[in-house]
Design a protein. Sequence first.
Length: 433
Amino acid sequence: MTPSKFFSRREFLRLAGVTAAGAALAACAPVPQQAPAMPTTAPPSKVPVEIVYAFHDPADFRKEAVEAFNRQFADIKITLQQIPDEFPTKVFTMAAAGTLPDVVRVWEPHVLDFGRSEQVIDLQPFVDKQADFNIADFIESFHNFPVIKGKRYGIADGWNGHLCFYNKGLFDKASVKYPDENWNWDDYVAIAQKISKPAEKIWGSDGLFIGWLHWSYKLVWQNGGQVYSEDYTKCLLDSAEAIEGLQFWADQLLKGEIMPSPAQAEGMGDMFQTGRAAMQRVGTWVMGALAEGGKFAWDMVPEPKRKVRRTLLHTAFNVIPKTTKDKDNAWKWLNFIVGPEGQYLYVKKNATPGTRRSVNARKPWAREGVAAHWDYVPQAGEYGILVPAPPNVGEVEKIQGDAVQAIFLGKAKAKEVLPDVAKKVTETLGKPA
């Protein structure tokens, strides 16, 4: 990982200074008329190495990091390649064609898919040689996720975790005490019942995110269950914890008392943002809109638990494809953007926490002038679980998603469909990719 040799600005000026001094001395000596002075020429400049970096989110989030990187590595040119539409499809298409960029920021399921198919390199040897990497600075859930049999296929930077956001005005109007981190599912339901006024289209809680499979996973986790075995060889949705957890919230939805049923919610849009729902359990990406909207006073709290404190985490992992020609310089860029300075510049712009605790000590997500429990944001990374990354992810999630949607819509009971779902998913997990 030795930097490519090149004429730096300092070396150029040093050599130019020697040339100038030599010319001055020559000017003091008699010059033979028959030997005209030879013209001096500057050493040729070397073209910087180009590293192409592909990602999904806005390119503006990375520009400050690129500028900071170039102050340290002037011989490397970083070209930003945003892929905003159909990101997973395009990335896998490029992988099949062997045209992936030098460094790519991919989502949770993709990093392990790429690792299993050996499309990306093991980064652990680079980490081991990087004396200032400081593994202890990383939150364990993110650091441990992209590892298969000791091989590290990616490194995460920014992330979002799910919390419960609440409308303080609706709580105050109903004379309900604000929740704290010790509350549970029964507390949530009791609070929502006190606030809800269905006839006025005011609800204690917004609905369940039907069609968003990953959102429903946290209901299983909070009840003490798991979706998969740790090695992704078995689906565990047939457990009592999974069945009870999903059915509990399906029942609350279908009653239409604390949250609108699917029929009642028709055409109402985001009820929390419009002030019609007192509580919403969703990712921290909503903080920006809440802080800038100024429509109502709000705060946040960890999601209620049933048996354990759990929530859903989202991130992306920076990888180096095997097709990357200059892996040493690609690593310099990757190491910088997951390092303390590069990571902070990114998450500050994106207003999210980072995977490094030292970055989170600077609270890059906090909004000035907004009073909220900002410290709850990074805590989610300590007890949350990342979006799972099983083999044959598209097929297994289709099986699960259809069943969960049927449960939430009242077309099936969890105890009736989840045992069969677990069996089918387990079989699919074992199929060749």
